[in-house]
Design a protein around this ligand. Structure first.
Ligand code: BDR
Ligand code: CA
Length: 295
């Protein structure tokens, strides 16, 4: 199986992708790295002011999972004492050509990893990104999709330096929907199904009616699990190879524009300095949502 690092800003669709990945024999998850995004998460101090760690761990009070040992799959491992970027770089060096980075949030960690080792893209099997809106409106505003909007400069680094980058944006994810009935149907399908069904209620109401940002639909978009599907079954997508540039300022901040490749340009432009990366233009939405639901 491919060795998978999931870089995630855990929200509801990230959870769906993470749990589906754990049920996918095509991949072996070698690490989860976190990135700011859907909700704020701040890592607290690991040691006392004098630099002392773990003098007294109260697992006998709270259980080793912190939830009274209710989580049988809980891993006792601590977060590694290295950054997400370092972790990505080290894994790529350890398993050259075998590691896929699945980026489900803003691309800061991936860009920092490329800064640490500019040869990183050549060492990775591929980078699969959930982000961008190419021939459709964004979801933060008409120009921008949320993950790219979160760090457009980082996106520019990744799209310029990683020729083996595959980008799944709203062009595709807005074609992939799970209905309320399908999500309710996960209730009772194992712990993970029940969990996803429960957390999806909030996500459903966001898509149905939350003030002005609602879509008025009784279903949710499958974003992050669509990017996972691009790792598992890239043949479900129609891919276009083209250079991508991201706008970093003003009203168009976070806007992703791909060269359609229909023309040889006269004179130089910034797209010509970039590799042709893969951009998903359309998808077999039924096959994708079936796959996600089954996993
Ligand atoms: C992306 O933004 C986040 O809210 C979602 O988890 C997804 O990664 C969709 O634009
Ligand atoms: Ca996400």
């Amino acid at each position: 199986p491919l060795k998978l690092i999931i870089d995630t800003d855990p929200g509801i669709d990230d959870s769906m992708a993470i749990l589906a990945a754990f049920h996918s024999p095509e991949v072996e998850i070698i690490g989860l790295t976190t990135i700011f995004g859907n909700v704020p998460v701040a890592q607290g101090a690991l040691t006392s002011l004098k630099g002392v760690a773990k003098e007294r761990i109260a697992d006998f009070v709270h259980g080793s999972d912190g939830f009274g040992n209710t989580d049988p799959e809980f891993s006792q491992e601590e977060p590694l004492p290295i950054s997400a970027a370092q972790f990505i770089v080290e894994c790529a060096a350890k398993w050259p050509g075998e590691v896929v980075v699945l980026a489900l949030g803003p691309l800061t960690n991936v860009a920092l990893a490329i800064h640490l080792n500019p040869d990183l893209p050549q060492l990775l099997h591929k980078v699969v990104v959930l982000g961008g809106a190419f021939f459709v409106n964004g979801n933060v505003n008409p120009a921008a999709e949320a993950n790219i909007f979160g760090d457009p400069d980082a996106a520019n680094v990744v799209f310029a330096k990683a020729p083996n980058c595959w980008v799944v944006g709203l062009d595709v994810t807005h074609q992939c929907q799970l209905s309320r009935r399908q999500l309710d149907g996960l209730q009772g399908v194992g712990r993970h199904g029940s969990f996803l069904s429960a957390i999806s209620q909030f996500y459903l109401s966001y898509h149905k009616h939350v003030g002005l940002s609602s879509y008025g639909m009784d279903a949710v978009f499958v974003h992050d699990a669509a990017a996972l599907s691009a790792v598992l079954r890239p043949e479900l997508f129609q891919w276009h190879a083209g250079a991508v540039l991201v706008d970093t300022e003003g009203a168009f901040r976070g806007h992703t524009l791909v060269d359609e490749g229909k023309k040889e340009w006269v004179g130089m432009n910034e797209w010509q300095t970039r590799p042709k990366i893969k951009v998903a233009l359309s998808v077999d939405a039924k096959a994708l949502t079936d796959l996600v639901l089954q996993r």
